[in-house]
Write a protein that binds this ligand. Structure first.
Ligand code: ZN
Length: 427
């Protein structure tokens, strides 16, 4: 049932009243350089912030065996984070509404060369409507919004009339194992909301993602005998060519896929990292490339992995050097399938009403071609998993920034969503 207009107006005003504190909290999160494996300090900070609100607390580690045993578990590499997952649980006095999980990740991607940033990446500078900083948009603004939605209700003497679980996870940018771990820990709710920076839209369809490394071994010789030595870096370039052809064949398969056939290039292969060789005057004996590729929803990670291996293997067989030194393919991160959000859920209808009240516009949905933790809840919890969040620019790039006006609208929509989905009771 739509919210009573008087209650709606009180919630809108309360989000507004709390917004300066919400910005300050977001800035505090941005100050933590929480790249992969460096999330312990920020998770401690989050733990204290949740506990200060009186939430029941849980903090736990990754269960590697359970994750590796699960079809949605991604591959562990030596740099897998060992930071804990932090969960805060609000329990109502009377469970009369529908339960909800609000999730966000604290890990951020590396800032890259600092001199390409206008401001240092972990200094949360505000200019006009924009809050700058690595991770500010993706997704510390959303992380703070999850908490400040509850604060907005508390400020007017209300709390959700259903269990609301706040989850602060890691490994979203590399495996998705943090979100999967909350599932394996047993957390469930009737809906999940993750406020990633989604341009004030709802994610309707989302690709899966695989990470893999290709290692080429050559034979080192002095450059004066280069013709006889196999150059591993040159060979790796040829392998990249073969992977580009695989990428094109996967893009051609968009035909007939409802959320993808209208996209120019839904499947992106990124060669994200390359290392190899030892010396400018020695023919390099080794080269490793780290790659990321997307897969359509409904395509299994395992079948995609076999196809990548087969493509590299077939190319190597036809290459004079590589046929004698076959490249090795290792899956070392994301091994995750995509999902589609079923249309017509009650959770989506409630979010659409909340969005319209907060922004004055109808809620639009779209396809996004990158990994999202909502896949865990869509595929394995099997509940409406809503990914929806603020307007941003340059996520994973330089001068990443989030719009504060948009963040306020999104937080308002989330607060109205929680009030209607969970119902409210006096504190
Ligand atoms: Zn994100």
């Amino acid at each position: 049932m739509p919210l009573d207009p008087a209650l709606r107006d009180r919630i809108i005003a309360s989000v507004e009243a709390g917004f300066p504190d919400q910005i300050a909290h977001t800035q505090a999160l941005v100050r933590f350089p929480s790249t992969r494996g460096q999330e312990q300090a920020i998770q401690d900070f989050v733990f204290r912030a949740f506990r200060a609100r009186g939430l029941a607390m849980d903090r736990f580690a990754m269960d590697r065996a359970a994750i590796e045993d699960h079809p949605g578990g991604s591959k562990f590499a030596p740099d897998h984070s060992e930071a804990p997952i932090v969960v805060g649980i609000h329990r109502p006095r009377a469970e009369t509404g529908r339960s909800l999980i609000l999730q966000a990740h604290v890990d951020v991607v590396p800032p890259g060369p600092i001199d390409l940033w206008t401001h240092p990446p972990f200094e949360p500078v505000i200019e006009g409507d924009w809050l700058y900083g690595r991770g500010g948009a993706d997704m510390k603004a959303g992380h703070a919004a999850n908490l400040f939605v509850l604060d907005a209700l508390t400020r007017i003497g209300l709390q959700p009339a259903a269990t609301v679980t706040l989850q602060s996870v890691v490994e979203e940018e590399s495996t998705g194992n943090g979100a999967l771990m909350t599932h394996l820990r047993g957390y469930r709710a009737e809906a999940v909301l993750i406020p990633e920076p989604e341009e004030e839209m709802l994610v309707r369809a989302n690709t899966g993602v695989l990470w893999f490394q290709v290692e080429v071994r050559g034979r080192p010789v002095h450059v004066r005998e280069m013709g006889t030595g196999a150059n591993a870096i040159d060979a790796a370039y040829r392998v990249i060519g073969a992977l580009r052809r695989l990428e094109e064949s996967w893009n051609a398969r968009k035909a007939g896929r409802r959320h993808f056939e209208g996209e120019a290039h839904p499947i992106n292969l990124n060669v994200g990292r390359i290392e190899g060789g030892d010396w400018a005057s020695s023919v390099p004996a080794w080269c490793r490339i780290d790659c990321r590729i997307a897969i359509y929803p409904g395509v299994g990670a395992e079948e995609a992995a076999r196809e990548i291996e087969a493509a590299v293997h077939a190319f190597a067989l036809a290459d004079p050097f590589l046929s004698n030194a076959p490249p090795r393919v290792t899956f070392n991160g994301f091994f995750a399938e995509g999902y589609e959000l079923a249309e017509g859920s009650e959770a989506e209808a409630v979010l659409a009403r909340a969005h319209e009240a907060a922004t004055g516009r109808a809620l639009r949905s779209f396809m996004t071609a990158g990994y999202l933790d909502t896949r865990v809840h869509a595929l394995y919890d099997r509940v409406p998993a809503l990914c929806y969040g603020p307007i941003s620019e340059n996520i994973h790039g330089f001068d990443e920034r989030v719009s504060l006006a948009s963040l306020k609208r999104i937080t308002t929509a989330m607060a109205l969503f929680v009030a209607e989905w969970c119902g409210v009771e006096p504190v």
